[in-house]
Write a protein that binds this ligand. Structure first.
Ligand code: C2O
Ligand code: CU
Ligand code: CU
Length: 488
């Protein structure tokens, strides 16, 4: 069958379908009756074998986001799976218990297709269990909910729409990253879950192309975080709101014990401003400078029309931040008697900081190239080649410092490992999202705000070869804010 895959055209939904399941019955479970890929459940210590058949009309790959796997099964764009061909991959599951995910990673000479393919439906969750986690007896079964947050825009015919027009609108979208008009949870709008007066474990994946969420509870209760990208924290962290950037996962504990049956509580994303970007843009708009600025870059007449249109549709406002969104309604429908409490000590297997006085620091400056997108140390994606400063040593620990010299936040991701966030230095003042940042625990994606420097500590273990590092705002990586690094 033919599918419309041109930017701007409404698309068919692309799905991961699992044909054959080998192994324990519960290895694969559907996440719901929508486009999201099946939930893959693995045990630490297992070996996973997958055959990927590409039935799409274009190249794709399957990347195991967050997992410590050898470079050749990491789904990197240098190893595309062509239409009507297959690829067999196998790896040992060595990572800690946690919520990970899988998604495509193709990038050809004309740019990346991660944004489009993920948007069209290709992404799914992957959970690893282990004994250490099981011993904590966290809520499971019906009280463990996997929630994938994604925003989408629909045409009048209810088809998915990606970058929705050419010219200025499309350019702006590529710059800010695509934001959909509605938030879907596991592929459904207006998500609702029926719960009882008991604790629940909510495992959230931000599978959106670019939207950042500021998670909070509608009744003002604290958000209790028990885990991050790389599994459980050493102890719970409680915040009024929690920031979740694209590709990040967060593990929440919530007790509906105080909520009366018949009542409901909503998980929301609060209104926020992106900080520097918001202030500057707001300032420029107030002083009527936007038209001038942009007019110099583009055709003046078209720009005027577009800007007016975008402002009417709230797009400019959206660029600077986000409005309050309701994500999931938890309707309490039944009373339960057994009250469990959350242990104040969670994981005991988190690594101590590997950083020593002589740990080398590698610096990555995030920049922007007018009309061409974003750069890392002045470079963009060039295929499987690395510069001298992109070669790291096997078994070595390094500090990577991301310096954000742009007006936008960038969720920076490193393949093949989990890292510790060592330090966050904000020069330009804090944004609305800062309070909700969880830097404790293990991460594979870290949000770096404008005028901020974030240091992470990482160790390149076990496998030599190519890996990638990039911004996980999918339109940024597709436009080249992505590079290989090489472990030797
Ligand atoms: Cu989730 Cu290189 O990506
Ligand atoms: Cu990844
Ligand atoms: Cu970015």
């Amino acid at each position: 069958d033919k599918v419309a895959i041109l930017p701007g055209a409404p698309s068919d939904v692309w799905r991961y379908t699992a044909e054959r399941i080998v192994g324990p019955e519960d290895t694969l479970t559907p996440v719901g009756e929508s486009y999201t890929g099946p939930l893959i459940r693995l045990r630490r210590g297992q070996r996973l074998r997958v055959r990927i058949d590409n039935d799409l009309p274009e190249d794709t790959t399957v990347h195991w986001h967050g997992l410590h796997v050898p470079p050749d099964v990491d789904g990197q764009p240098r190893l595309p799976i062509a239409p009507a061909t297959s690829m067999a991959v196998a790896f040992d599951v060595v990572d800690r218990a946690g919520l990970y995910w899988y998604h495509p990673h193709p990038h050809g000479p004309d740019g990346g297709r991660v944004g489009f393919q993920s948007y069209a439906g290709l992404a799914g969750p992957l959970i690893i269990n282990d004994d250490a986690e099981r011993a904590l007896e966290l809520p499971d079964g019906e009280r463990e909910l996997v929630l994938i947050l994604q925003d989408r825009t629909f045409s009048n015919g209810n088809e998915l729409q990606y970058i929705d027009d050419g010219g200025m609108g499309a350019m702006m979208t590529r710059m800010q990253g695509f934001r959909g008009e509605r938030v879907l949870v596991n592929g459904h709008p207006d998500a609702r879950r029926e719960v009882s007066t008991q604790p629940y474990r909510l495992r959230l994946l931000n599978g959106s192309n670019s939207r950042i969420y500021k998670l909070a509870w509608s009744d003002g209760r604290a958000v209790t975080v028990i885990g991050t990208d790389g599994g459980l924290l050493a102890k719970p962290e409680r915040r009024r709101s929690v920031t979740l950037a694209p590709a990040q996962r967060i593990d929440l504990w919530v007790d509906f014990g105080d909520t009366e049956p018949g009542e409901s509580v909503q998980l929301v994303s609060e209104e926020y401003q992106l900080g520097m970007m918001g202030e500057r843009m707001g300032d420029m708009m107030d002083r009527g400078m936007m038209g001038d600025r942009m007019g110099g870059m583009m055709d003046r007449g078209m720009m005027g029309d577009r800007m007016g249109e975008m402002m009417d549709r709230g797009m400019m406002r959206d660029m600077m931040g986000s409005e309050r969104l309701s994500l999931v309604t938890f309707a309490v429908v039944a009373r339960a008697n057994d009250a469990e409490t959350l242990p104040e000590r969670l994981a005991q297997d988190l690594p101590a900081s590997p950083v020593q006085a002589d740990t080398p620091v590698r610096r990555f400056e995030l920049g922007m190239r007018m009309m061409q997108g974003f750069t890392i140390n002045g470079r963009q994606m060039e295929g499987a080649t690395v510069a001298d400063d992109e070669i790291v040593r096997l078994a070595q620990t390094e500090i990577w410092e991301f310096v954000n010299n742009t007006m936008m936040p960038h969720p920076m991701h490193v393949h093949g490992l989990q890292f510790l966030v060592q330090e966050r230095i904000s020069a330009g003042g804090k944004t609305d999202l800062h309070d909700g940042i969880i830097d404790a625990g293990l991460h594979d994606t870290v949000l770096v705000f404008p005028e901020e420097r974030v240091r992470i500590a990482l160790t390149f273990k076990d496998f030599e070869g190519f890996y990638m590092y990039h911004c996980h705002t999918m339109e940024h990586e597709d436009a080249g804010m992505m590079r290989y690094f090489k472990v030797v």
